[in-house]
Structure formats: C-alpha cells, structure tokens
Design a protein around this ligand. Structure first.
Ligand code: HEC
Length: 279
C-alpha cells in the first residue's frame, strides 16, 4: 500500500508539472504549442521523461473529443476536434519502421497538439482520468527511473537555469528541511537533524546572513550568486567544506529533490536572515 501511494504521489507530480507548464505557456500569451523551446523540451531530452510524456500525450489525444462540450463554440465540438486531430495526424507521419527518430518526434508533436486543443477548449483531467494516466505512464517507465528523471541531479549550472522558472515556497521548504514533508521517493531529508546543532553543522538560523556576510566574500566564491552557493552546498556538499566542520553532509540530495522542492528549500534558507552572534 505504501508503495502504491508513493507511486501515485510521484506520478501525480509528473502529470501536474506537465499540465502546469502547459498552462503557464498560455498565460504568457502563446497561442500555439512550440515543442522546440523552453524548459519543457529540455526535460524531454531525458529518455524516461520522454516516454512518460508521450504516454500522457497519447492519453490526451484519446480523451479530448470525448470530453469536449457539445455546445462549445470555435471548434470545440467532439466532431470538430476529431476532424482537427485527423488532419494533424495526416501531416505528422508515424513511420517507425522508416525513420524512428522522426516518428518519435512526430508522436510528441501530435500529442502536444492534441493536448493544446483540449486545453484551448477548457478541458482539464479529473481525478479518475489522472489515475488512468498514471497507470499508463507506469507501463512506460519504472518508478525508480521516474524518480531519477524527476530529480535535479548535480549539475549546478543546469539546475540554476531551471530554478529561474520556479517559485520557491519557504513554508514548504521548512517542512522539507525538517523532514515533515517527504522528498522524492518518500524519504525525509533530515537537514534539520544536523543543522540545528552547531557542534555538527552550521546553524540554520542566520544562514542567509552568514552566506551574505562571510561565505560570498571569500575569494573562491567571487562572482557567485546567493542561490548558486546554496544549490552547490546542497547538491555538491563536498566541493566546499566549511571551516571547522567535517565532511559529513550526505551527497545524495541531487537524487532526492525535484526542482520545485529544491526551490522551496532554498527559499526557506534565504528566509533565515537573523543576525549572527557577535553582530
Ligand atoms: C549529516 C549531517 C548533515 C545533514 C543531514 C545535512 N547537512 Fe548540510 N552541512 C553539514 C555540515 C557538517 C556542513 C559543513 C561542512 C560542509 O561544508 O560540508 C554542512 C553545510 C551546509 C551548507 C553550507 C552552510 C555554510 O554556511 O557554508 C548548507 C547550505 C547546507 N549544509 C544545507 C543542507 C540542507 C538543505 C540539507 C538537507 C537537504 C542538509 N544540509 C543536510 C551537515 C549536514
């Protein structure tokens, strides 16, 4: 049961992440989906993510005509949606025997077009439909692969680019940091266990101030942004060992945090702007 709940949570995060990215694209005034640009496509370079998204997109394609409102205007009737889908399918050929790479790209474009039509017509998946998507997605990728595909990894430059598009919530960050909210795969992070005890690790309270007033003034961090220092400290703790402390911080956080969770933890640490002792 626990395992199933874990799967549901992770896959749900995948689904909603996808839907949210789509919606934000509409907020920015985009009228047509462009699979060649922006962060979303970057994640498709990961083969597992690609398999997952394709499965989701195929699902949208089956769903949209059935769910569209009969009386909806501007091409949202089931007949009209089906007609549009058939037209697109005619141009984006799925010739897997001939050119597999192109067929895969077309499959993705097709799914993306179907989905954008569905969203244009005000369609959003309900709970039961999301569950079907999850089942289908699991046919394409194992849960462990999905966890890896969802995690931030340890490439700081890449992470910083992705972080630019994510808004961190300090309250969720605090829950994650204290182990009250599980990270990827259902494991607690346990940051507070070390960082509330000054004998073991630098204190949480005053973290922002310490980084600003002390760390970033060190020659090796010349040109570092605050965020860069934090991200590097979290996903590559061994790159810089704070003086007076042992190198005990675990090195697996890059595989335990989604980009949203990392943004939340960073936002929480950035809220720790208490004065340092002696100031
Ligand atoms: C097992 C104990 C331990 C755990 C768990 C741990 N840390 Fe650390 N952390 C340390 C120690 C010790 C240092 C100082 C030595 C070093 O730089 O690696 C440190 C350094 C840091 C720094 C740099 C602080 C500074 O002032 O330079 C940050 C930021 C940080 N940790 C964040 C986190 C976050 C976020 C988590 C949870 C995701 C976490 N740590 C989990 C022990 C731990």
């Amino acid at each position: 049961m626990q395992g199933i709940l874990r799967e549901r949570r992770i896959l749900r995060a995948c689904v909603y992440r996808f839907v949210t990215i789509e919606e934000s694209r509409y907020d920015q005034g985009a009228t047509k989906y462009n699979p060649g640009t922006e962060g979303f496509y970057m994640s498709l370079e990961n083969p597992v993510m690609r398999a997952l998204f394709i499965s989701l997109l195929l699902f949208w394609s089956l769903l949209s005509p059935a769910r569209a409102q009969d009386d909806a205007s501007d091409g949202c009737s089931p007949d009209e949606l089906t007609r549009q889908q058939e037209t697109f399918a005619l141009y984006l050929r799925l010739d897997f025997a001939g050119d597999a790479e192109l067929a895969l790209a077309n499959l993705f474009r097709l799914g993306a077009l179907y989905q954008s039509m569905a969203l244009d017509c005000g369609y959003a998946p309900n709970e039961a439909e999301v569950n079907v998507m999850l089942e289908r997605a699991l046919m394409f990728a194992s849960l462990d692969d999905l966890i890896v595909a969802q995690s931030v990894g340890v490439d700081v430059d890449e992470i910083l680019i992705e972080l630019d598009e994510v808004y961190g919530d300090p309250l969720t960050g605090q829950l994650l940091y204290n182990g009250l909210e599980p990270a990827l795969g259902g494991t607690p992070l346990g940051c507070a266990g070390c960082h509330e005890n000054e004998a073991i690790a630098p204190l949480t309270a005053g973290a922002w101030t310490r980084i600003e007033d002390i760390r970033l003034r060190l020659p090796q961090f010349a040109g570092y942004t605050h965020q860069q220092f934090l991200v590097e400290s979290i996903v590559r703790p061994a790159d810089y060992i704070t003086p007076d402390y042992a190198a005990v911080m675990p090195e697996m956080y890059g595989s335990q945090l989604t980009i949203q969770q990392l943004a939340d933890v960073v936002a929480f640490l950035d809220s720790q702007d208490q004065l340092l002792e002696g100031e």
